[in-house]
Design a protein around this ligand. Structure first.
Ligand code: G3H
Ligand code: 13P
Ligand code: NA
Ligand code: ZN
Length: 328
């Protein structure tokens, strides 16, 4: 059944688990996520970005998610809009039937220029008024995502601040967060705690302090009833980088957010964990390997089925690690 984010994350908070929110653009991703959720008895958050709507078309995307609800009626599904850049974008998603929207007022309508606090409060508060009147949940964002190691937002295209960010922008201020939630009434708050979008998060192997767990604790202490969201939470599996590069790819050395650090965050109020890059890497590795090993094969279902398997294994591993498994 389709449920709101608030319903799911309230349950997650009560039972102390986190929910991975996977980005969807196509049938294979949707199927991988649902098969993993079915196998592990997990509730689901799927999210669609502006890029996803551009790629698949809004009606296809909407029906892809509704098809998942129809085929897996026993699994709760949140249909979430990722990184809305204005109240108008969020309004269109609500009209399309999304049960949750993100109003990302930390960046301007171009998705890259950092905004001031008052702008962020204004667009987020207006979105909440509209969404709550329709039973739809809202995620806001305060602070600029960026790696504590490099100060970079990561994404070269898509959502992400341009240039190098200074340290104060990279960590959400707890007092400001409390004020923001009071002023906007958001259901969930995305915070900056050291993550960034995309595959190039960290240049060195992690040593256990990728995230500022301390900052998560401080924000959670001020906002015990607000569900915290971590964007840029891909772990960048080294085994998939190895497969990609073995079969003709060229991806530079890079590291993501270790799963055990995310699990630590979940102990301190993180409820929604955004993952896109990991499924992209698994999917690309699976295709490269299949193509190299079966050069005469030309039925797309053969290599696309490999992507479903690869993505399903990652999704299932995250459901298990975050405690989502068994909660559907
Ligand atoms: O926030 C970024 C997500 O990974 C979505 O990426 O805008 O390329 O669809 P996209
Ligand atoms: P990753 O690029 O780390 O997968 O993050 C995705 C994300 O935050 C989508 O909003
Ligand atoms: Na989002
Ligand atoms: Zn994001």
């Amino acid at each position: 059944a389709l449920i709101s984010m608030r319903q799911l994350l309230d349950h997650a908070a009560e039972h102390g688990y986190g929910v991975p929110a996977f980005n969807v653009n196509n049938l294979e991703q949707m199927r991988a996520i649902m098969e993993a959720a079915d196998a592990t008895d997990s509730p689901v958050i799927v999210q669609a970005s502006a890029g996803a709507r551009k790629y698949a078309g809004a009606p296809f995307l909407r029906h892809l998610i509704l098809a998942a609800v129809e085929e897996f009626p026993h699994i709760p599904v949140v249909m979430h809009q990722d990184h809305g850049t204005s109240p108008a974008v969020c309004q269109r998603s609500i009209q399309l039937g999304f049960s949750s929207v993100m109003m990302d007022g930390s960046l301007g309508e171009d998705g890259k220029t950092p905004t001031d606090y008052d702008y962020n409060v204004d667009v987020t508060r207006r979105t909440v008024e509209m969404a709550h009147a329709c039973g739809v949940s809202v995620e806001g964002e305060l602070g600029c995502l960026g790696s504590l190691e490099t100060g970079m937002a990561g994404e070269e295209d898509g959502i992400g601040a341009e240039g190098v960010l200074d340290h104060s922008q990279l960590l959400t201020d707890p007092e400001e967060a409390a004020d923001f939630v009071r002023a906007t009434q958001v259901d969930a708050l995305a915070i900056a705690i050291g993550t960034s979008h995309g595959a190039y998060k960290f240049t060195r192997p992690p040593t256990g302090d990728t995230l500022s767990i301390q900052r998560i604790k401080e924000i959670h202490a001020r906002l015990p009833d607000t569900h915290l969201v971590m964007h840029g939470s891909s772990s960048v599996p080294q085994e998939w980088l190895e497969v990609i590069n073995r079969f003709g790819g060229e991806i530079d050395e890079t590291y993501g957010v270790p799963v055990d650090e995310i699990v630590e965050g979940i102990k301190h109020g993180v409820r929604k964990v955004n993952i896109d890059t990991d499924l992209r890497l698994a999917s690309t590795g699976a295709i490269r390997r299949f193509m190299a090993e079966h050069p005469s094969e030309f039925d797309p279902r053969k290599y696309l089925a490999e992507t479903v398997k690869a993505m399903r294994d990652i999704a299932a591993a995250r459901y298990e690690a975050f405690g989502t498994a068994g909660q559907a």
